[in-house]
Design a protein around this ligand. Structure first.
Ligand code: ADP
Length: 261
C-alpha cells in the first residue's frame, strides 16, 4: 500500500491463488486481474468458490479455522497476505457488503459513523455521515430520521445503509456477496443503479447467482466452475458482453444458456 505503487494498473491481481479449508482445496490456481472503477461479477454454480475468493480479497476468511492460502493477492503491488499487512487496515481499503443486510442495532447515524469512530476520525462527523448516505442514495429517505434504528428500515434501505457504512471509511474497493438475494425486484434495481453510480469512484466486485444481474449490471465477468476434485477454477474472464454473447469456452456457454448449474 505504499505511495510509489499507487499507479499500479489493476485494483486487485491474484497470482496462482489457491484457497484451502483444512486439506480441501476450494479454489485452484486463479489468476484474475480486477480493473479499477469498474464492476466485476463473479458467477458460477453453487460451491465453485465464488464467496471464498471474494472473502479472500479482504481477509474475511482469516476468521475461518483451517483456512489458508497459497499464491498472491496483490493490492497496489503488495501481497495482502504478507506478514506485515494488518488485516484491519485491509478491510478499511477493501470493504464488504453481505447477502443479508446487517445493520447494527443502533441509529442510522451511528451505523454510518461506526467505522470512522473506531478509526478515531477527527473531521466533521455530520458531514461524513451525510456524504456517505448521499453516496449510497439513502440520504433523502432518512435525513429527517437519523436517530431512528437502522433496523427500522426496509430491507433495501438496510442494504443501502450497509453500503453507506462501508463507504464512510473511504474504501477503494467494495466487495458485494449476493447483495440483492434477500431483496425484492425494485430494491434490487435500486442497488444495481447505485452500483453503477459508485463505479465512477470505486471498484466493485460482486458475487451473484443471478445471471441476468451479472449481464445487466457488470462490466467484466469471471465464470467459475468446479474441476473433478471439486476445486473452484476460473474458466473464463472477460468483458461481460463477450462472456454472455460470445463465450470462448463450452463450459461457459453451457452455464449461461442454462444447460447446467
Ligand atoms: P460459492 O460461493 O461459489 O457457492 P463457496 O466459496 O461458498 O462457494 O464454497 C466453496 C467450497 O468451499 C464449497 O465446497 C464449500 O462447501 C466449501 N466451504 C465454504 N466455506 C467453508 C468453510 N467455512 N469451511 C469449510 N468449507 C467451506
Amino acid at each position: 500500500m505504499s505511495e510509489q505503487n499507487l499507479s499500479n494498473h489493476f485494483a486487485i491481481e491474484t497470482r496462482n491463488l489457491n484457497l484451502f479449508y483444512g486439506n480441501f482445496r476450494a479454489v485452484k490456481d486463479v489468476n484474475l486481474q480486477i480493473v479499477p472503477r469498474k464492476i466485476t461479477a463473479i458467477i458460477g454454480p453453487s460451491g465453485c468458490g465464488k464467496s471464498t475468493v471474494l472473502r479472500s480479497f479482504n481477509r474475511m476468511n482469516d476468521f475461518v479455522p483451517g483456512f489458508h492460502m497459497e499464491g498472491e493477492i496483490l493490492f497496489h503491488g503488495k501481497n495482502l497476505y504478507a506478514p506485515d499487512v494488518d488485516p484491519v487496515q485491509v478491510r478499511q481499503y477493501i470493504g464488504m457488503v453481505f447477502q443479508k443486510p446487517n445493520p447494527f442495532p443502533k441509529s442510522i447515524y451511528e451505523n454510518v459513523a461506526w467505522g470512522a469512530r473506531i478509526n478515531g476520525y477527527k473531521g466533521n462527523m455530520d458531514e461524513l455521515v451525510e456524504g456517505a448516505l448521499r453516496a449510497a442514495a439513502l440520504w433523502d429517505e432518512v435525513k429527517d430520521n437519523l436517530k431512528k434504528s437502522g433496523l427500522s428500515l426496509s430491507g433495501g434501505q438496510q442494504q443501502r445503509l450497509c453500503i453507506a457504512r462501508a463507504l464512510a471509511v473511504k474504501p477503494e474497493i467494495i466487495l458485494m456477496d449476493e447483495p440483492c438475494s434477500a431483496l425484492d425486484p425494485i430494491a434490487t434495481l435500486k442497488i444495481e443503479d447505485l452500483m453503477r453510480e459508485l463505479s465512477e469512484n470505486y471498484t466493485i466486485i460482486i458475487v451473484t447467482h443471478n445471471m441476468q444481474q451479472a449481464a445487466r449490471a457488470s462490466d467484466y465477468t469471471a465464470f467459475f466452475t468446479m474441476d473433478e476434485d471439486r476445486a473452484g477454477v476460473m474458466v473464463e474472464y472477460g468483458e461481460t458482453s463477450q462472456i454472455f454473447t460470445n463465450p470462448r469456452d463450452k463450459r461457459t456457454e453451457d452455464y449461461i444458456t442454462g444447460r447446467f448449474g
